[in-house]
Design a binder for this molecule. Structure first.
Ligand code: 13P
Ligand code: SF4
Length: 309
């Protein structure tokens, strides 16, 4: 593409021309967040997708998020700037293995984290996100066996919080499993006043040290509202952009990964670039397409989630 193009302006122009809405997750590059119509956590972005009257949804996030938007809008065009923007949780839960696992527990209630494929959603009773999982799991009768997939850390966190055992699929997020307990302890020693904010996808050793645990939006709101001035943030580093924008007088320190790497950045989320957002709006490609039977089967557990949120 022409290097002299002003991509921000072009994106704004194309959004109008196409009657498109641009939804962006907090883990997107800051230049994408800055041109988005809605920035939010998985639940807020699903809610925005459910209620939009735009003709086109451009989803700056990962595949399962765009897929959810398509399931909620079978007749709209949904584009994802990079179709290969996957998720280690979704990829680590193949539908055939999931179906075999589920078959071992015939009378159970199946609760799946939204970070999973449309096929897995279609085999689930409820979809949850990190912001509504507690409420939805709590709503399921106590005598029922609950299967929870695919994130074992969120699952274990819910078990502890609700005092209820579940059968857990053993998946995890490549970003959230990377934080180092030892380095976090060392960082806390150097910043004794700092509050530790963590996403429930983190390992239990990290969650044990957290002062606040919540979804990306929960973490952001907490950081803005809390009286403290210093925060250690144990989630993907993209969230720091909105924190610094909303509270420039506060200090936000990314929680340190085990290795000296940028592994607190999600390699899947970061496949999207502002250039690819522009191209997706210009060409209305690459599109999310799903067979009709999957669209309707996956919709039921998502609708149950939205009704309970
Ligand atoms: P949130 O719903 O908290 O934004 O989480 C999305 C996600 O992929 C976390 O890794
Ligand atoms: Fe998936 Fe983890 Fe990336 Fe979120 S941060 S999209 S859970 S790989």
């Amino acid at each position: 593409i022409d290097p002299s193009l002003d991509l921000e302006e072009e994106v704004a122009r194309l959004k109008k021309e196409r009657n498109a809405i641009l939804l962006a997750h907090y883990y997107q590059d800051s230049d994408i967040q800055d041109v988005a119509d809605v920035i939010g956590d998985s639940l807020q972005l699903s809610q925005a997708a459910a209620k939009t009257d735009a003709d086109v949804i451009c989803f700056a996030g990962v595949h399962f998020m765009a897929e959810t938007a398509k399931i909620l809008n079978p007749d709209k065009i949904v584009v994802l700037p990079d179709l290969d923007a996957g998720c280690s949780l979704a990829d680590g839960c193949p539908p055939d293995k999931f179906a075999a696992w589920k078959a071992q527990y015939p009378d159970s209630v199946v609760v799946s984290y939204i970070n999973c494929s449309a096929e897995v959603k279609a085999l689930s009773d409820y979809i949850v996100t990190s912001s509504n999982a507690e409420k939805i799991v709590d709503h399921i009768p106590a005598d029922k066996t609950i299967l929870f997939a695919p994130d074992r850390n969120l699952g274990a966190y819910l078990e502890k919080k609700l005092g209820r055992n579940m059968v857990l699929w053993q998946g995890s997020c490549v970003v959230h499993e990377t934080f180092s307990e030892r380095k976090l302890i060392a960082l806390k020693t150097r910043h004794p006043e700092a509050r530790v904010l963590a996403h429930p996808e983190c390992e239990p050793t990290i969650l044990k040290m957290a002062d606040y645990i919540g979804s990306t939006t929960g973490i952001l709101k907490h950081a803005i509202a809390a009286p403290q001035k210093e925060f250690i943030v144990a989630t993907e580093a993209g969230i720091l952009h909105q924190m610094q924008k909303a509270a420039p007088e506060k200090t936000f320190i990314p929680a340190p990964p085990v290795a000296n790497c940028a592994c607190n950045e999600c390699p899947f989320m970061k496949r999207n670039t502002l250039e690819k957002v522009y191209l997706a709006l210009r060409d209305l490609q690459p599109r999310l397409e799903l067979p009709a039977h999957l669209l309707s089967a996956a919709r039921t557990p998502i609708d149950r989630m939205l009704a309970l949120s």
